[in-house]
Write a protein that binds this ligand. Structure first.
Ligand SMILES: [Zn+2]
Length: 321
């Protein structure tokens, strides 16, 4: 059961601030959340562009998708482009909700979803069927599982229409953005955005306030990606889950991540590594999530950082072999 919760973005499985930033109206944030009893929604971020609105990540649950559509309708502008930072279902399931209302929308993402579909995402369907057949599964949970299964069965609802394969400047819906592809980080390929005008970095799950979601992580690639983020002169950073950060908050989170990975790979007691994370990342962990964080951190040490040598490298190479 615990596994089902932390494997958040498969079938089953923080709290943020509203609009604004360093430059006025640089972005509009629709915060996601990390509930204890169901899968999370990632943050969604709107940017204005000459051809309409750009939305970065689309959440998982119907209520989140609805918020995105309501915002666009209030603004009286079409959603012209979706950018997915990574394929996890708490960031991409809402793509289909948006495409039904805005069929012309272009979807920018890496092709990393293909590796996931080729393997574990489809295998995960069996687990979904078991949970659906189990009378103990609550109805709300069943609805979530059915929604996840429908996108896995119809992967064009998730896939990009424009594949992003390398880093560089891109014009998206007429707006120039720096797009970065981080290979083998939180997923096989994570996409993050830097807007030099607003000095704004939008980094997806390379930063998750309460605990890094390491289910499909390659720890070394992830460390490198955080170094690359730090090398941009951003003033405001929006994580995949949680409130926006200034540079010093990000640097604190980055060093907490590095310490956690190093401890997890060392001979030190697991409890010590979990306590270290909770101490180093304390400003980012709210009281309601303290227990969740403890269990999740221990789970990632067991399953990622302290698994077999092959297990540790599992996500450090292409999944489509
Ligand atoms: Zn996420």
């Amino acid at each position: 059961m615990r596994k089902a919760i932390f494997a958040a973005f498969f079938i089953s499985a923080a709290c943020a601030a509203p609009s604004a930033g360093t430059s006025a109206n640089a972005y509009h944030l629709i915060p996601g959340s990390v509930p204890m009893d169901k899968g999370p929604d990632g943050n969604s971020i709107f940017l204005d562009a000459p051809e309409g609105l750009i939305v970065i990540d689309t959440g998982r649950h119907p209520a989140h998708g609805e918020k995105l559509l309501v915002y666009a309708s209030e603004r009286g502008k079409p959603i012209a482009a979706i950018v997915n930072t990574h394929w996890h279902l708490d960031h991409t399931t809402g793509n289909y909700d948006i495409r039904q209302v805005y069929p012309q929308v272009r979807v920018y993402a890496t092709d990393a979803i293909e590796g996931a579909l080729a393997g574990f995402l489809n295998r995960n369907r069996e687990q979904a069927d078991k949970m659906l057949a189990d009378p103990k599964t609550p109805d709300a949970r069943k609805a979530e599982i059915l929604r996840a299964r429908s996108v896995i069965d119809n992967p064009d609802r998730l896939r990009p229409t424009i594949s992003v394969t390398s880093s560089g400047p891109m014009r998206i819906a007429g707006r120039r953005l720096e797009v970065h592809v981080a290979p083998f980080a939180a997923t096989e390929a994570d996409l993050w955005i830097y807007d030099p005008k607003a000095r704004l970095a939008i980094v997806g799950d390379l930063v998750v306030d309460i605990v890094p979601f390491m289910d499909t992580a390659c720890a070394d690639g992830w460390k490198q990606a955080l170094k690359d983020v730090a090398a941009t002169p951003f003033v405001t950073l929006i994580p995949g889950h949680g409130a926006s950060m200034d540079r010093s908050a990000f640097l604190q989170w980055k060093s907490a991540f590095e310490n956690f990975v190093d401890c997890g790979r060392s001979e030190r007691a697991k409890e010590e590594c979990v306590a270290g994370w909770k101490r180093d990342a304390a400003p980012f962990i709210d009281a309601a999530h303290a227990g969740y964080v403890e269990e999740a951190a221990a789970y990632y040490i067991d399953t990622r950082l302290r698994s077999s040598p092959e297990g540790q490298q599992k996500y450090c190479r292409p999944l489509r072999a």
